[in-house]
Design a protein around this ligand. Structure first.
Ligand code: ATP
Ligand code: MG
Length: 456
């Protein structure tokens, strides 16, 4: 149960608010002035403080400063009368979460309180996350909160010390490189080299010589003897990314190397023993590659004995927020405080479908940090693509495209979505049309025009 400290020197307000919040199930402690509140802040931990601004001798602003210093994890809401907006803005600058204007609108008040508590929860989860980080993740740089990702880590742990070939597969940006590096880092070969090679980036004529080396004069341009990747990586690990792009002509030879642990340079007639572990990755299903005739079936069987699937990010939502904080910390490098994130933004990040997976999330965090003002991340900081998906679909629908939307004209679709959005905003603001118009950045008249006719 959330614990709220209520501060006002006007007993009537204190009792009204207290009754209201207790009815909502909150644990409420009342303080009839700044001094009492200051004592309570020192001795007790609260999730939220709601304080009047105008009080004597200790006023709300002084209390706010005190609270920010002593209890940075506690959210603060200020109560202000109409006409004192400047003081309210000042309070926001000092770290208050929001302000409530007198006279209260009950719905609005309760929504603001809930938002402040959600925010507070998001923040404290982040603090918890930091505390747990060292023990929680087996591999310090792999965030694995979802069951799917934890399973990946378990597999990594199990296969790392063996010398087996492992195939990592998953959509682009899901973390295949990271998994391959972890397998190497936790293997007995960790002190030897890790050689990544992107098969899609290598022109076919050079492929064989790149992997196995060549002898002087074996083809035009081979002016000296040259060792290939397998010899260079002796004792270590080779990571063949986009294995599906390996030319068919090389695949048979590659398979033999996997079996015999021997290579022969292009133009050479001597077999050279190599001790190399091979890891491979692909983002297309190998079965499809066989069907297309670009992958040999025998190589497929050899590669897929042990395979690790990294699921798309949209199928492991539990990883999203931990990843958000992971990338924030990574970007900030301990040079300044972590920014605070509005709860609405966290929701957007969690519900967006992330077609570019973790890589897209990583860039979104870099983007967001560039646009954060006063170390606060608001919806305005999000990349346009994310916001568009959110606006077009209503957050949760960005990935789902339900049947009843198909077949509608674009105009009808946009109109329906607009209605949905208007209703949500209005609900969120307790039906206050003036505020809704402001938040939507349209005139009040336009808002009325867009609202459905009241039914009587
Ligand atoms: N679980 C995770 N924890 C922390 N960082 C992650 C995680 N998964 C991915 N990343 C980061 O996301 C980025 C993209 O991951 P990575 O390069 O491993 O993806 P990939 O699947 O190899 O992509 P591609 O198919 O395009 O090669 C990297 O910066 C990586 O460090
Ligand atoms: Mg990769």
């Amino acid at each position: 149960m959330a614990k709220i400290l209520l501060v006002d020197d006007e007993p009537s307000i204190l009792s009204v608010l207290s009754v209201l919040l207790k009815a909502e199930g909150y644990d409420v402690v009342s303080a009839d002035g700044g001094e009492k509140a200051a004592d309570l802040i020192k001795s007790t931990s609260f999730d939220l403080m709601i304080s009047d601004i105008r009080m004597h001798p200790i006023d709300g602003m002084t209390l706010l400063k005190m609270a920010r210093e002593q209890r940075p994890a506690m959210s603060v809401l200020m109560i202000t009368g109409y006409g004192s907006i400047e003081t309210a803005v000042e309070a926001l600058k000092l770290g208050a979460f929001d302000y409530i204007t007198k006279p209260f609108k009950v719905d609005e008040l309760l929504i603001t309180v809930q938002r402040a508590l959600d925010y507070n929860k998001a923040l404290s989860e982040n603090v918890d996350l930091k505390a747990q980080l060292t023990g929680r993740y087996k591999f310090e740089n792999i965030i694995a909160e979802s069951p799917a990702m934890r399973q990946v880590c378990e597999m990594v742990e199990r296969v790392a010390p063996t010398d087996t070939t492992v195939l990592v597969y998953g959509e682009s940006g899901t973390g295949k490189d990271l998994v391959a590096k972890a397998i190497h880092a936790y293997s007995n070969r960790k002190d030897k080299k890790f050689f990544p090679l992107n098969c899609a980036a290598l022109p076919e004529p050079l492929f064989e010589s790149e992997l196995f080396g060549h002898m002087k004069g074996s083809f035009t341009g081979a002016s000296t003897d040259k060792e290939g990747l397998f010899e260079a990586a002796d004792g270590g690990t080779i990571f063949l990314d986009e294995i599906g792009s390996m030319p068919l002509s090389v695949q048979a030879k590659f398979l033999r190397v996997l079996q015999d642990k021997e290579i022969r340079r292009v133009g050479g007639n001597e077999n050279i023993s190599v001790d190399v572990r091979v890891l491979a990755a692909t983002n297309s299903r190998l079965e499809d590659l066989i069907e297309k005739g670009v992958l040999r079936e025998d190589l497929y069987y050899r590669l897929s004995v042990i395979s690790i699937e990294v699921k798309p990010l949209r199928e492991r939502q539990e990883d999203i927020l931990p990843l958000v904080y992971h990338f924030l910390r990574q970007e900030i490098k301990g040079e300044r405080e972590l920014p605070s994130i509005e709860p609405g933004v966290l929701r957007v990040l969690e519900e967006y479908s992330w077609p570019g997976n973790v890589r897209e999330l990583e860039s979104a965090i870099k983007y967001v940090l560039t646009f954060a003002k006063d170390n606060v991340i608001t919806k305005d900081c999000l990349p346009a693509k994310t916001m568009q998906a959110v606006k077009a679909g209503g957050i949760a629908a960005s990935a789902r495209y339900d049947d009843d939307i198909r077949g509608k004209s674009l105009r009808a679709f946009l109109r329906a979505k607009e209605q949905e959005h208007l209703e949500q905003v209005l609900k969120h603001l307790g039906g206050d049309k003036q505020k809704a118009a402001k938040e939507l950045r349209i005139s009040l008249a336009t808002l009325y025009r867009k609202l459905p006719e009241p039914k009587d």
